[in-house]
Design a protein around this ligand. Structure first.
Ligand code: C5P
Length: 211
């Protein structure tokens, strides 16, 4: 059975043992992708950060917290997948030196130094082989141009471009863009419908590639 590796949800990057940097991702898109993939009979590895929602029965969950842990889990699972979809809102930065004990409230400013995390899709894109890869791009401006730039820099076959109101909601306005120049306006639609359209497109690419 073909296997899909899906990343979902946010990651958390520690400031100290009780505080962290994260984002508002709920993981709904990743879960909708996992449900749709299961309905198509695919095996699903779901690598996810802290979620507000239950992972679907039938998907193999791989819970992680940080971007570094998410990358390690994906590196381990990627060799045995046929499809990879990055739906996680991976934290792009992490504190350079998280405090080992809880920082006291002393009234002084807390100056943070943040360093970039590794790009999971771009890293695994270098070992893509015949696999079909897809990702998401949340853009506040030049939606299509910026999404196409990301598609190329991460060696993706497909990217779903959407605007920021998609975060934490059940619907979003999306455009599906392909490395082959395909552009499909999905309009305002459910995350499950986005999952259907994206998996249709990815399965088409796999057939063309003879994967
Ligand atoms: O570059 P940007 O974060 O906007 O790209 C978003 C896409 O890249 C999403 O598919 C996300 O899952 C993926 N990503 C990743 N590793 C990161 C940052 C983003 O895989 N460190």
């Amino acid at each position: 059975m073909p296997r899909v590796l899906i990343t979902a949800g946010p990651t958390r990057e520690s400031l100290d043992p009780v505080r962290f940097i994260s984002n508002a991702s709920s993981g709904q898109q990743g879960i909708a992708l996992a449900e749709e993939a299961l309905a198509r009979g695919l095996d699903v590895d779901l690598v996810h950060g802290p979620l507000e929602w239950k992972t679907p029965a039938g998907a193999t969950p791989h819970p992680v917290t940080t971007a570094e842990e998410m990358l390690a889990a994906c590196r381990r699972l990627h060799p045995s997948c046929d499809y990879m979809i990055g739906a996680a809102a991976v934290s792009d930065y992490r504190p350079r030196d998280p405090a080992r004990s809880k920082r006291k409230r002393d009234g002084a400013p807390w100056i943070l130094e943040l360093v970039p995390t590794e790009d999971i899709l771009a890293t695994l894109g270098k070992e893509k082989g015949k696999r079909v890869h897809a990702g998401f791009a949340l853009e506040t401006e030049n939606l299509v141009d910026n999404a196409m730039r990301k598609l190329r820099s991460k060696s993706l076959d497909w990217i779903v471009a959407n605007s920021p109101e998609a975060i934490g909601t059940a619907t979003s306005r999306c455009i599906l863009l392909g490395a082959d120049g395909t552009r499909l306006e999905l309009g305002v639609t459910s995350k499950r419908e986005v999952a259907r359209q994206l998996l249709d497109a990815m399965e088409r690419t796999a057939r063309l590639r003879g994967a």
